[in-house]
Design a protein around this ligand. Sequence first.
Ligand code: ZN
Length: 371
Amino acid sequence: MAVALEADLRAQFDLAGAAILDASGLIVAPGFVDSHTHVVFGGSRVKEYAAKLTRTPAEAKAYLQAQGLTTGILATVNMTRAASEEALTASAGERLKRMLAHGATTVESKTGYGLTLVDELKMLAVNARLQTETPLDIIGTFLGAHDFPPEMERERYVELIIHEMLPRVAEEKLAEFCDVYCDDGYYTLEQTRRILEAGRAHGLKLKAHVDQYSALGGSELCAELGVVSADHLNYTPPEAMRRLAEAGVVGVLMPIIDFAVKHPRPFDAQAMREAGLTLALATDICPGGWVESMFLVMQFACRQHGFSPEEAILASTVGGARACALTDRGQIAPGQLADLQLWDAPTLEDVIYRLGHNPVKQVIKRGRPVL
Ligand code: ZN
């Protein structure tokens, strides 16, 4: 990308035959970098979502079990295992098309609904196909440690991740990141450490889901290991926020998932700001919180978490890029990829003000119009 006045551009480059896109009256913004998603999944959990609207989580679970339905991550694991690579590519592709129409040009995509070597590899193959079959850049994350497969003893599964899955993922270069869901009832701090250290030894960059429902010390571990991003951070103590900031870890915040699950303790962005943490906003699109619009994410971040419109846009563009360890996008600057979106909005604040509105008129990916 070059950025200059028209006369200077014409002096510098031969623009004969170049396509001219007139953005008069529009706002030009960097494409969104959505740095935390579970966009590849089988089926939907609409019945569970609807049941939880009028019931406590325990009542909803009993109500659904009486109908023979499982809930939560493992329900999606069953549907994802049953789906073919083609079907998963098609359904995720549809979601990504709508995310692109809402200004996303780079989307991180996690596995974690397979929980067997074969099914995790299938999800990674879907990521690779989405990279070639959609205009978006897909940043692949191996999240074999999302939950535990019900058919296997937990410690054995951790060994499987470390000794079979990670070596295969790394050897075949199927993912850029290794991620773990560290929380009460999920991966312990000790298991998280072993998996992240193994991921790093295999050359993968690191992320982790930490402190979403409990403070097990996941953030402190993220700071110690110098991971790229620590995500969720609902229960993170202020001291741990400072350690994350000192270690240069990006905090990834997802206001729509807190809303969708009616989280008892939404994250405290103000404390993170005071700690000096670099923040990114992401959709966390998943079957438990189906959101395809970064505008909705920014609108919630501003109203519920005290982001200014400018701060929300930075966290959704350059912040998202930092959370994916990318330095070539997220800004409109010379040398950056020409990943841009054009907004039909009178002012920057209008994209926050008009709730649920999509102001995107055009999306440009690597210099080419794709919408
Ligand atoms: Zn997640």
